[in-house]
Design a protein around this ligand. Structure first.
Ligand code: NDP
Ligand code: 8X3
Length: 251
């Protein structure tokens, strides 16, 4: 029987590429993000292949998350796969110069938003004693790097929550695993540098970065293993990157 996946942050980058790949493999989709126009466009592209439902909400808005996820149409009520992907870095500066609104955004979106969405979906997975949760962490959640501070903290939290979910949900047969990418060429840096395209493009110049499709491939690999196989944790770098701070540019 065909599965249904809910993907947060499906309007761009890793989430969008994952939705596209899942559709190719016949996985029905609930695609989420704040930009409804992008969700509509993606639905238009994918609806010939699978059933697609769009849900526009800000993951920071607890009430919106709960009400939208609790009132899904019947055909989308059973969610087999949750991809907790929505998130971004906001700013890159020493902690003493940090912008408090940026800190709020990263903690509220990357950590609390992930928790709100998971809360609803875990409830139904627990009842069915089945389900698969993929958390998108980051190498920023494995190693702190200079000026990364609060983004690092938010992704360390995702790493911790990935493990915590795996431990606590073990008795229900729910699979939980994380992917922690290094540099992926998406809109990520444009958001981090508040729309400064030149600065953003520079992040991915002089080497071959990862692309959203590379991470989507990995996510699909994780969710397409046999029922008894749970890939718990994966760190993925572009070949040119060896750590958060070692990057071989102009190779
Ligand atoms: P993008 O900026 O391309 O995508 C981010 C997605 O998150 C968008 O779809 C955006 O949708 C959604 N999102 C952001 N804020 C909110 C919000 N408040 N409410 C709902 N949705 C939101 O970046 P990526 O695809 O690269 O990022 C996806 C994930 O991968 C993030 O968790 C990021 O931290 C992680 N990651 C990225 C890496 C990279 O180098 N690119 C490396 C490691 C991890 P919308 O704006 O429409 O709401
Ligand atoms: C995104 C990768 O190195 O910019 O999480 O933190 S990095």
């Amino acid at each position: 029987m065909s599965k249904t996946a809910l993907i947060t942050g499906a309007t761009s980058g890793i989430g969008k590429a994952t939705a596209e790949l899942f559709a190719e493999h016949g996985i029905h989709l609930i695609i989420c993000g704040r930009r409804q126009d992008r969700l509509d466009q993606l639905k238009k592209e994918l609806k010939e292949k699978v059933n697609v439902h769009t849900l526009s909400f800000d993951v920071r808005d607890k009430e919106a998350v709960f009400s939208k996820l609790n009132s899904l149409p019947d055909e989308f009520k059973v969610i087999d796969i949750l991809v907790n992907n929505a998130g971004n870095a906001h700013g890159l500066s020493p902690i003493q110069d940090g912008n408090v609104d940026d800190w709020d955004a990263m903690i509220d979106i990357n950590v609390k938003g992930l928790l709100y969405v998971s809360k609803v979906i875990i409830n139904q997975m627990k009842e069915r004693k089945a389900g698969h949760i993929i958390n998108i962490g980051s190498i920023a959640g494995k190693d702190v790097y200079p000026n990364g501070n609060v983004y690092n903290a938010s992704k360390f939290a995702v790493n911790a929550l990935n493990e915590a979910m795996r431990y606590d949900l073990n008795e229900f047969g729910i699979r939980v695993g994380a992917v922690h990418p290094g540099l992926v060429n998406t809109e990520f840096s444009e958001v981090r540098f508040k729309g400064d395209k030149e600065k953003a493009e520079n992040v991915y110049k002089g080497y071959d970065p990862l692309y959203a499709e590379d991470i989507a491939d990995i996510i699909y690999f994780m969710v397409s293993r046999k029922r008894h196989v749970n890939i718990a944790d994966l760190v993925v770098y572009p070949t040119a990157q060896a750590s958060a701070t070692i990057l071989n540019k102009n190779n």
